[in-house]
Design a protein around this ligand. Structure first.
Ligand code: PBG
Length: 328
C-alpha cells in the first residue's frame, strides 16, 4: 500500500475562492484620484491632433483643452501634467519661459474653468530648443549651470499663471534648489515641486519625442539622464532632490524600474510618483490592437504593479481609460 502523502497545512487557496473573498483580502487598490494624465498642448486654435504612436492620445490647442480636462474629471482624474509644443524653437528655448507661451496660457485657461484642478507643468527646455537638448549648449554639450536660471524662469512663469505643481525634468544638477529659490523670491512659496529625481536615459521615451517634437537633433541624453543599470545612484538623485526642497520625488520610467521604485519607497517618506512613460503605453497598445493582449486586464495589471511597488502617484497616458474601467 502507498503511504499517504503529507497534506499541505498552508491552504492559501482558501482566500481565493470567490471574487468577494479576493476583494476582501486584496492588498493594493488603484484610485483615479492618484492618477495624473499627461497632456500635450500645442500652439494655434481649434486643434485636436492625434499622435500616431500613442493611439487615443492627442495634442490639444489651448481652446480645446478644457473639454478634455472635463472628461478626465468625469472619470475621477483631477490632475494633469502639461507639456508644451512650439513651432518657434531657438538655441536657448525662449518659448519655455515666455510669459505668454503655450504653458502659461494653458494653465490659466484650465484654472479659469476648473479652479480646483491640480495643474502640473513639466519644466524642461527640450521641447523649445532647436537642438532638442534639455538645456543650453556650450561647445556641443549641455551647460548645467547656465541652464538653471532658465529652468527657474520657466517654473516662475508657470507658477504665476496658476500652476499648482512644477516638475523639473531636465536632469540638471541643482535644478530643484534653483527653482525653489526663484519661486520663494517671487512670493510663490506655495508652489509644489515634483522632481523628476531618478530619470533614466531610456529607450521608452520614443513616442513622447514624436508627440512633442523633442528628439535631440544630435547625440543623446546620456550625459545628463541616468544610466539604466544604476540603482544606488538613483538613491543619490532622490536624496539630493529631497535636500534641495522637492515636495514629491519621481522615478521614471516606471515599469522597467519597479525595483528602483520599491527601493525609493522604503527609503523616503516623501510622496513618490512614478511615470508610466510613452513607450510603455505604446507597446501595450500595439499588442492590444493586434489582439495579442487583453488591453483592459494588461493595463490594470501594469498600473497595479506600479502601485504595489510603492508609487503614491501614477502619471499615465491610460488615466482616463483605466479610471473608466475601474468604475465598470
Ligand atoms: C522632457 C520629458 C521627456 C519625458 C517627460 N519629460 C522626454 C525626454 O526626456 O526625452 C518623457 C515622457 C514619456 O516618454 O512619456 N525632458
Amino acid at each position: 500500500m502507498l503511504e499517504e502523502k503529507p497534506r499541505p497545512t498552508d491552504r492559501l487557496r482558501r482566500l481565493r475562492q470567490s471574487e468577494q473573498i479576493r476583494a476582501l483580502v486584496r492588498e493594493t487598490a488603484l484610485d483615479p484620484g492618484r492618477f495624473v494624465s499627461p497632456v500635450f498642448v500645442t500652439e494655434g486654435s481649434g486643434i485636436i491632433e492625434p499622435i500616431e504612436s500613442m493611439p487615443g492620445v492627442n495634442r490639444y490647442a489651448v481652446d480645446r483643452l478644457t473639454n478634455y480636462v472635463a472628461r478626465l474629471r468625469d472619470a475621477g482624474v483631477n490632475s494633469v501634467l502639461l507639456f508644451g509644443i512650439t513651432g518657434s524653437k531657438d538655441e536657448v528655448g525662449s518659448q519655455a519661459y515666455s510669459p505668454v507661451g503655450t504653458i502659461p496660457r494653458a494653465v490659466a485657461e484650465i484654472k479659469r474653468r476648473f479652479p480646483d484642478e491640480v495643474v502640473m507643468a513639466d519644466v524642461c527646455l527640450c521641447e523649445y530648443t532647436n537642438h532638442g537638448h534639455c538645456g543650453v549648449l556650450r561647445e556641443g554639450s549641455v551647460d548645467n549651470d547656465r541652464t538653471l536660471p532658465l529652468l527657474a524662469r520657466a517654473a516662475v512663469e508657470y507658477a504665476k499663471a496658476g500652476a499648482d505643481v512644477v516638475a523639473p525634468s531636465a536632469m540638471m544638477d541643482g535644478q530643484v534648489a534653483a527653482i525653489r529659490a526663484a519661486l520663494d523670491s517671487e512670493g510663490l512659496g506655495d508652489t509644489v515641486i515634483m522632481g523628476y529625481s531618478a530619470k533614466y536615459a531610456s529607450s521608452f521615451y520614443g513616442p513622447f519625442r514624436e508627440a512633442a517634437g523633442s528628439a535631440p537633433s544630435s547625440g543623446d541624453r546620456r550625459a545628463y539622464q541616468m544610466d539604466p543599470p544604476n540603482s544606488r545612484e538613483a538613491m543619490r538623485e532622490l536624496s539630493s532632490d529631497a535636500e534641495e526642497g522637492a515636495d514629491i520625488l519621481m522615478v521614471k520610467p516606471a515599469l522597467a524600474y519597479l525595483d528602483v521604485l520599491a527601493k525609493a519607497r522604503s527609503r523616503f517618506d516623501l510622496p513618490i510618483a512614478a511615470y508610466n512613460v510613452s513607450g510603455e503605453f505604446a507597446m501595450l497598445k500595439a499588442a492590444a490592437t493586434r489582439g495579442w493582449l487583453d488591453e483592459k486586464r494588461a493595463t490594470l495589471e501594469i498600473l497595479t504593479s506600479i502601485k504595489r511597488a510603492g508609487a503614491d502617484i501614477i502619471i499615465t497616458y491610460s488615466a482616463e481609460q483605466a479610471s473608466n474601467w475601474l468604475a465598470e
